[in-house]
Write a protein of this length. Structure first.
Length: 462
């Protein structure tokens, strides 16, 4: 075991390439096992075909990709689209299918690489708190190993892209908060690159998420401005470095705007004709969320930009509630916002849902499909671990209360979780959307536990 640990790094420094390889191999092997063995032979009733789990969007993405790949072969690459039917995972899968073969296993390296990259970036964030890289590595294990993550690395989904992008984005802001970033020009450029790379990766699959990230980044930029003004006053940084540290985050925040255009939009669910399952068709909904929200929105004299952002959140929520009104894991589906005041009043409930759902009362209920029922049992195991880690989170907050990196992580993750809890009225969907953010807080909580017990051990020796 000691030799194995040493292979991944010395006591002082990890071997980053080998750690990424470790993060990659596990999801790749699991995906191969699920697609080629578990679904076809052990649980064939759950197999929608080609190693795709029945009852999810991933099979829809697969069928769209197969159809588009056939068109590419027949008509050339000019017919390729990044977002056929508004679904980027299908467009990316179609490109891979056209180049190799139209089978989901061809996407396993890409999906495993996204999950591995997200785990590696989370590890780098956690090294900002724990000097011992081995302990920092352990804090990443829940994110890396929890079974619910299998949905996006064994199937075809958006979350692998959005989580990896959000982590890269967050790590860039964590670097913005560090003095050393502004003492060498290339570090500042690296932080900017990571922010734009992360935002771009999220933009590929969820434009409205980039809008949310930009909104939360306003709070991050305000926090950094305050921090570096105080550092400059205390002469902890040269004036030109402090000026760059204050100005650059705001410039980055504004420069993100092109990636946010067209994000708040209604996308009706894609269904398939039973006679021709490979031909996706778009149903017509009787009420469009944009029309419905606009007809009932009540302006209460708030500043225009506040009203606009609040209305956008109401629009997204209407898209989810009208698009999937009968989903088994819906929560508060009857709640639709008509004003800024109503959204503010719902915030305490949003906090409860964001951090604690699915609640214990939901762990042993029945899902829409047999596999969804199993996932409810899995969520019970995961939520117990999350609850324990959240209990430890105050220890971490107290331990690193003077580290700006902690507040950057906390503001970003909590902000994104609350926004998603405001607009997503389905616990199953919210579970995926918030996964990267809540697992970052879980990692921080575990790190707080390590730090607390380490401090106690030193006190006992003294």
């Amino acid at each position: 075991m000691k030799k194995l640990i040493r292979w991944f790094g010395t006591q002082e420094r990890p071997h980053y390439g080998r750690l990424w390889l470790l993060f990659f191999i596990y999801p790749a092997l699991v995906a191969l096992l699920v697609q080629l063995v578990v679904l076809p032979y052990i649980f064939p009733a759950w197999n929608a075909g080609d190693g795709m789990l029945a009852g999810g969007d991933w099979y829809m993405f697969h069928l769209i990709a197969v159809n588009l790949a056939q068109k590419i072969h027949a008509q050339g690459w000019s017919v390729w689209q990044l977002r056929p039917y508004g679904q980027a995972p299908a467009g990316i899968a179609a490109a891979v299918y056209a180049l190799i073969v139209p089978k989901p296993w061809t996407l396993i390296p890409l999906n495993a690489a996204l999950h591995a990259t997200a785990a590696m970036v989370l590890f780098l964030i956690m090294k900002s708190f724990l000097p011992d890289w081995r302990k920092a590595l352990l804090t990443v294990f829940p994110f890396w190993l929890f079974p619910s993550a299998m949905i996006w690395y064994t199937q075809i989904h958006k979350d692998g892209y959005s989580i990896a992008g959000a982590f890269l984005f967050l790590y860039g802001w964590v670097l913005f908060a560090q003095n050393r970033t502004w003492e060498r020009w290339w570090r500042g450029l690296l932080a900017m690159f990571l922010v734009f790379l992360g935002a771009g990766l999220v933009w590929v699959v969820r434009i409205y998420s980039v809008q949310m990230m930009q909104g939360v980044s306003v709070a991050l930029a305000l926090a950094l401005t305050t921090i570096f003004v105080f550092r400059l006053a205390k002469k902890k940084l040269q004036w030109y470095s402090a000026l760059a540290a204050i100005v650059v985050p705001w410039v980055v925040l504004i420069a993100m705007t092109p990636l946010t255009r067209g994000g708040i939009e209604s996308e009706a669910p894609v269904t398939f004709s039973p006679a021709q399952p490979s031909q996706p068709v778009q149903p017509v909904q009787p009420v469009q969320p944009a029309q419905y929200a606009q007809s009932r929105w009540q302006s209460n004299g708030w500043p225009k930009f506040v009203e606009d952002e609040a209305y956008a959140l109401a629009l997204v929520r209407d898209g989810f509630t009208l698009g999937f009104p009968d989903a088994a894991s819906n929560v508060d589906v009857g709640v639709r916002f008509r004003s800024v005041v109503e959204e503010l009043a719902y915030l305490p409930r949003a906090v409860e849902i964001a951090f604690l759902a699915p609640f214990p009362s939901d762990w042993f209920g029945q899902g829409s499909f047999a596999q969804n029922t199993i996932m409810r049992r899995v969520s019970a195991f995961e939520m117990i671990g999350i609850y324990i880690s959240l209990v430890l989170l105050p220890l971490a907050i107290w331990r690193w209360r003077r580290k700006p990196e902690l507040w950057i992580v906390f503001i970003f993750c909590v902000g994104m979780m609350l926004i998603y809890a405001l607009v997503v009225a389905n616990v199953g969907t919210l579970y995926r959307f918030r996964y990267g953010f809540i697992m970052t807080l879980v990692a921080i909580g575990i790190a707080g536990g390590f730090s607390f017990w380490g401090a106690r051990g030193k006190s006992a020796k003294v």
